[in-house]
Design a protein around this ligand. Structure first.
Ligand code: NDP
Length: 234
């Protein structure tokens, strides 16, 4: 069955892998992109998720072409790593505004159509860091942990309306986000991963696709780690 899917930040990395996976499975996939050129073969709408007007305009375009959004993947995110003493207020608030408030903006907008349809799937891309914390990532970890409280509140608030809200918590994944790390940092981080390697974006996409599927109809408010065991016990 073809569904109208919207993935934020779907022009590269994990978001693009999710988009390709769901498009191959037959869904009508739209992605948002903020900069650069959009990927080919997908409906792409320009949108900065820190701007509610741009979010609304993007949804209108997707609704006009694909119908109301039935599956929302809140994936767009940024890092601005810094030790607390050097972290500026802007470093903190801009990360929260994108990763957490951005997810709120798109969820609120998507919920209109989902409430009308009395069904829907929302998956938030959090991080293993959300629950275990990380030195130098207080802003990022706080924003990603916030997604868990947000998703679980939504699961309670809108569960009776047939909408599920789940969180995927990836560990370090091979994208431009992890490319920013030095070789030394990468080697050090790998020692903390039982499976001894980074995730591939396709491995995150497979779990997201399951949570967005009909088979996952009775799963809501869950936090699913896809982290090679890095976050075990958290
Ligand atoms: P990338 O940096 O490769 O991609 C990030 C995406 O988010 C891009 O499409 C980017 O758009 C988009 N984006 C950022 N800010 C905004 C904004 N204000 N409005 C709209 N779009 C925005 O990262 P990943 O693919 O690695 O990350 C995807 C998600 O997975 C993020 O939420 C990240 O936190 C999370 N994650 C990543 C991990 C990793 O190791 N890679 C580990 C755990 C979680 P643009 O191209 O225009 O900049």
């Amino acid at each position: 069955m073809s569904r109208s899917v919207l993935i934020t930040g779907g022009n590269r990395g994990i978001g693009l892998a999710i988009a390709r996976h769901l498009a191959e499975a037959g869904d009508r996939v739209a992605i948002t992109y903020r900069s650069g050129e959009p990927p080919e073969g997908l409906l792409a709408v320009r949108c900065d998720i820190t701007d509610a007007d741009q979010v609304d305009a993007a949804f209108k375009e997707v609704e006009a072409q694909h119908g109301p959004v039935e599956v929302l993947i809140a994936n767009a995110g940024i890092t601005k790593d810094q030790l607390l003493m050097r972290m500026t207020e802007d470093d903190f608030t801009s990360v929260v505004d994108t990763n957490l408030t951005g997810a709120f903006r798109v969820t609120k907008r998507a919920s209109r159509g989902m409430l009308r349809a009395k069904k829907g799937r929302v998956v938030f891309i959090s991080s293993a860091v959300a629950l275990r914390g990380e030195s130098g990532q207080a802003n990022y970890a706080a924003s990603k942990a916030g997604l868990v409280g947000f998703a679980r509140s939504m699961a309670r608030e809108l569960g009776s309306r047939g909408i599920t809200f789940n969180v995927v918590a990836p560990g370090l994944t091979e994208t431009s986000m992890s490319e920013a790390l030095s070789d030394e940092q990468l080697e050090n981080l790998k020692t903390q991963i039982p499976l001894g390697r980074l995730a591939r974006p396709e491995e995150i996409a497979a779990t997201v696709a399951f949570l967005a599927s009909e088979q996952a109809a009775y799963i809501t408010g869950a936090v699913v780690p896809v982290d090679g065991g890095a976050g075990m016990g958290h």
